[in-house]
Ligand binder design. Structure first.
Ligand code: ZN
Ligand code: ZN
Length: 360
């Protein structure tokens, strides 16, 4: 859990957005945003944080009472099973005019509020999510440590993997390694795909056997001290198909070209274009069928997105992935993904495992 100092300064940053958003209160419901503003993970569905212009109430039930007792006084820690009823009561008591809420609030909750709340309701996208883009020093330290552990995880996999293992065996061994080195859990289902299955950008580890001559894609992320990594590497179990080897060199060049452009003010669509145009000119345009990257932090997919359809300017002290890939149905595929810190003057790769194609 983060210290209550950082949590209260985050709530203040949220309150500073109210005037521009024309709201008098904001209701926080999503898992990562509750985590960010309360310090408590996995609270989604177990309560709400109601932030007023100069006050904040955590509405949750008795299971959380002891954990939050030091952080909230009895007035501001509302213990109830009727979370939304308490929200309505607080809004009425404080004569609040307009309450913003997160636009992914479940419909049943929205419907209840629409029926029972005396204030106006307005759905707002990405309010807390935008605050989360800029990381403080302790968050950057945690992301750095998480990336370092991912590097160790990849090195471990390359030391144990061999033809005849199943994809799921590799995933399970990596999971044990990461957990025994301090990770709490994977931030998504680990991708271990060999041979033709590597043409599936989101194929997860199956019972398929890894075979000699296959290229294998490994994409994984684990939470360490609440913050996740997200890294993709590829390796070959013996000499791979020549077409895949050539494509790998192009993906590696494209990834280097994009990372080189990461700095504050860089435009997300232009970053995407730097790598996509290179791959298109090399003949792989059709084979690169997903976005270039995304933010990471308390969640595996955060703002900003980096793709041809986005229009964000990168900001200092954010962490983004850069992950071009090419996929040939029936043959195989590859992707290289690093976690990159946007520094005040440029960038720093947080994941540092070799990007050379390892032939094991
Ligand atoms: Zn990934
Ligand atoms: Zn990713």
């Amino acid at each position: 859990m983060d210290g209550s100092d950082s949590v209260s300064s985050r709530i203040e940053r949220l309150q500073q957005t109210f005037e521009q958003l024309k709201i008098d209160a904001f209701l926080v419901s999503s898992e990562a945003n509750l985590h960010y503003l309360t310090g408590m993970a996995d609270m989604a569905g177990d309560g709400y944080l109601l932030v007023l212009a100069d006050d904040a109430y955590l509405i949750t039930d008795a299971r959380y009472q002891t954990a939050f007792a030091g952080q909230y006084d009895t007035e501001h820690l509302v213990i109830t099973r009727d979370y939304l009823g308490a929200v309505c009561t607080l809004i009425a008591q404080t004569h609040t005019g307009v309450m913003g809420f997160e636009d992914d609030l479940p419909y049943a909750a929205y419907s209840y509020l629409d029926e029972n709340l005396v204030s106006d309701l307005v759905a707002l996208p990405a309010v807390v999510d935008t605050l989360r883009v800029t990381k403080d020093a302790s968050e950057i330290a945690k992301l750095r440590a998480s990336a370092r552990l991912a590097d160790a995880g990849f090195e471990y996999v390359t030391s144990i993997v061999r033809p005849g293992m199943r994809e799921i065996d590799v995933s399970n061994l990596l999971d044990a390694f990461m957990r025994s080195h301090g990770a709490s859990n994977a931030s998504f289902t680990t991708i271990v795909v060999g041979g033709a299955r590597a043409a599936l950008p989101h194929g997860t580890a199956s019972t398929a056997l890894l075979e000699a001559g296959q290229m294998v894609t490994l994409d994984f992320g684990y939470f360490l001290d609440e913050y996740t990594s997200d890294m993709t590497r590829n390796f070959a179990l013996g000499e791979p198909d020549a077409k895949l080897k050539t494509a790998y060199a192009a993906v590696k060049t494209a990834q280097d070209m994009v990372v080189a452009q990461v700095r504050p003010g860089a435009n997300s669509a232009e970053l995407d274009a730097v790598g996509r145009d290179f791959l298109t000119q090399a003949g792989y345009g059709e084979a690169f069928n997903h976005g270039m990257g995304h933010g990471i932090g308390l969640a595996i997919h955060e703002d900003p997105l980096i793709s041809k359809n986005t229009n964000n300017q990168l900001v200092a002290n954010s962490v983004v992935t850069v992950e071009p890939g090419v996929y040939f149905p029936g043959l195989g595929g590859m992707r290289i993904e690093d976690d990159v810190l946007v520094t005040p003057t440029g960038h720093e790769r947080l994941t540092k495992a070799t990007r050379e194609l390892l032939i094991l």
